[in-house]
Ligand binder design. Structure first.
Ligand code: PEP
Length: 253
């Protein structure tokens, strides 16, 4: 059985106080309302990680994640944060290769391999993002584009390493736009991703990998998207900043 995961990506939002309020609300609502086996991951900005960790406390189904890590282990890289630092403060997951980092910080597939390597080497579970821009979707080349991202960044890993990687399919045209992919579009791509992984790592391993959908996922469309057989959860941006919306998305499973 693959893991069902709902991860909130707070991006660069919220003061310390706002982050604490949001976390406390989510923790309390999850305790009262969420039954079942969904894994919840909160990915606040670096500076809030420790305070969020403290507030998560012993909630066994809520985990801490970061939004990025360095592809280097340590040294003279001003402003960077290493995977070992994240692990040392209790992070379990790290988002790697979000489209905003690819676009604004020019993160390329090769560098992303280095980040995944650092994450795995420090026992963090990478949430590896992939997804196509609008012009590629309009040309009908979205499957080739996304599978190439996976090949270039992930196909050098062993089966044991690949097993630990979570994939997040996030069509760029759907991120923060309010324009979500239809559940059929999500299923088509998730099935294609799984088939591509099966071609390299085998069918059994591919069937164990959680593939999350991201892109304007909200309480009113989550249930339909999560109902598709190859969609194993969501990476949630805007709606993860509202405790009620985020918990309602979790409850869509
Ligand atoms: C994201 O940034 O990962 C994301 C999915 O954003 P949103 O939900 O706001 O589209």
């Amino acid at each position: 059985m693959r893991k069902k995961i709902v991860a909130g990506n707070w991006k660069m939002n919220g003061t310390l106080e706002e982050g604490q309020k949001l976390t406390s609300e989510i923790v309390n609502m999850v305790k009262d309302e969420v039954k079942g086996e969904v894994i919840i991951v909160l990915n606040p900005p670096y500076v809030h990680l420790q305070s969020v960790k403290k507030l998560i406390g012993d909630a066994g189904n809520i985990f801490l994640g970061a939004q990025n890590c360095s592809d280097k282990s340590a040294g003279a890289y001003t402003g960077e944060v290493s995977a070992s630092m994240l692990a040392s403060i209790g992070a379990s997951y790290v988002i790697i290769g979000h489209s905003e980092r690819r676009e604004y910080f020019k993160e390329a597939n090769e560098e992303l391999t280095g980040k995944v390597k650092q994450a795995l080497g420090n026992r963090l579970l990478p949430i590896f993002c992939c997804g196509e821009p609008l012009e590629i979707r309009e040309k009908g080349n979205h499957v080739e584009y996304v599978t190439q991202q996976l090949t270039e960044s992930l196909f050098g890993f062993s089966e044991g390493e690949m097993k630990k990687i979570v994939i997040a399919y996030e069509p760029i045209w759907a991120i923060g736009t309010g324009k979500t992919a239809s559940s059929e579009q999500a299923q088509e791509m998730h099935a294609a991703i799984r088939k591509h992984l099966a071609g390299k790592f085998g069918k059994a391993l591919a069937s164990e990998i959680s593939i999350l959908y991201g892109g304007s996922c909200k309480p009113d469309n989550a249930e339909e998207i999560f109902s598709k057989p190859d969609v194993d959860g969501g990476l949630i941006g805007g709606a993860s900043l509202k405790s009620r919306d985020f918990v309602d998305i979790i409850k869509s499973f």
